[in-house]
Design a binder for this molecule. Structure first.
Ligand code: AMP
Ligand code: MG
Length: 343
């Protein structure tokens, strides 16, 4: 081949490569949306040619789910379900499927997770922020109304005992994150970070190819306790510090209830964080592990190793599963904490 011809080919090849680079940088757009939904602040950041449209549709889907699952909005489907004079009640496929998932979680956690706690959370004033300690009689009266074993889902029809009421607060945000991710992926998004009120859900890795680094909240202070590298995963935390009140008896009552007793949890757990592929599963599990406490959580994990977790207790211990320990770094506020690796 003569030199002139070689130069022409090299020039043509580099021109094509340059054009492709230009094209890909033009199409690698990003969009960031902030909005309020499900009683919290949400942020969706995604990268891709259709990022703006994808973000808008993801936000729309989250709002639709809020309109379906809200326990306080009188026009929502769950509100209608909770205020029905009699069962069965027909609901959308989405609500029926979510309830089936939650009942399955109740079964798997021996009732630590319970989607029928609305009579309890409202009795203690958590649904309207009018906190108070109920009387023993009131507590006894509502306990049978939280018996999830009395609930059946048959296609789109829900049957329960009269007076039973549902609360999807422990799984709804993770479910909304999964639904938003489905929409983003349908628009070709391969890199995204969703922060739905502190629930982190991601698609792929950062546009530069590195993993996402997320902070793990310190239940004792404002600075994060540690950081975790993730890709294509959800990181979801349940914390007793999120909503609580101090009763006239001087004790703290938190918004996470024991699904078996229908009473606010009082164990030594400060926070439970779960890491895994499914947002709805991680959300349900973060609440479940909080209720179960470190020992039962470890036993549960050994039989269900499809996720990882970090539990922080009041005596400054960090229980962390083997699967994420090498991706986790302790930050200065937690350097004196004792770390226990669960294998
Ligand atoms: P999370 O922040 O995901 O742990 O969810 C806590 C919310 O879920 C509470 O505010 C209640 O609405 C509801 N909840 C509380 N305890 C439980 C439980 N044991 N199982 C299912 N839902 C619960
Ligand atoms: Mg949860």
């Amino acid at each position: 081949m003569n030199t002139e011809k070689t130069h022409k080919i090299t020039f043509r090849a580099s021109f094509i490569a340059f054009s492709l680079l230009l094209l890909s940088s033009c199409t690698q757009k990003n969009a960031e949306t902030y909005f309020e939904s499900m009683n919290t602040f949400m942020k969706v950041r995604c990268y891709g040619a259709e990022s703006e449209k994808a973000n808008k549709e993801a936000q729309k889907r989250i709002s639709e789910l809020e309109a379906l699952l809200s326990v306080t909005k009188p026009e929502s489907e769950v509100y209608r379900l909770n205020h029905t004079p009699s069962f069965p009640v027909e609901v959308s496929e989405t609500t029926a499927n979510l309830l089936s998932f939650c009942l399955d979680m109740a079964e798997r956690t021996d009732g630590a997770f319970n989607p029928c706690l609305y009579p309890a959370t409202s009795l203690w004033g958590f649904t309207k922020t009018s906190f108070h300690i109920p009387s023993q009689k009131e507590i006894e009266n509502i306990l049978p109304l939280t018996d999830w074993k009395k609930v059946t889902v048959n296609k789109n029809y829900i049957t329960a005992a009269p007076g039973m009421m549902f609360d999807f607060g422990a799984a709804g945000k993770g479910f909304a994150g999964d639904e938003a991710i489905k929409i983003l992926k349908a628009h070709g998004i391969k890199s995204a970070l969703l922060d739905l009120g502190g629930n982190i859900q991601t698609i792929g890795v950062k546009p530069d190819g590195s993993e996402w680094t997320v902070g793990i909240k310190n239940p004792f202070g404002a600075e994060p306790l540690g950081s975790l590298c993730i890709k294509d995963e959800a990181v979801i935390t349940s914390g007793g510090y999120e909503r609580f009140f101090t009763g006239e008896d001087g004790r703290r009552y938190i918004h996470i209830f024991d699904g078996r007793t229908a009473l606010p949890v009082s164990n030594n757990v400060m926070s439970a964080t779960t890491v895994g592929k499914s947002g709805v599963l991680c959300d349900a599990l973060s609440t479940s592990l909080f209720v179960l406490g470190p020992e039962k959580a470890a036993a549960f994990w050994k039989n269900n190793p499809e996720f990882d977790y970090i539990i922080v207790t009041a005596d400054k211990k960090i229980f962390i599963t083997d699967g994420i320990v090498r991706r986790f770094s302790l930050l200065p506020p937690a350097q004196e904490f004792e770390t226990c690796i669960i294998k």
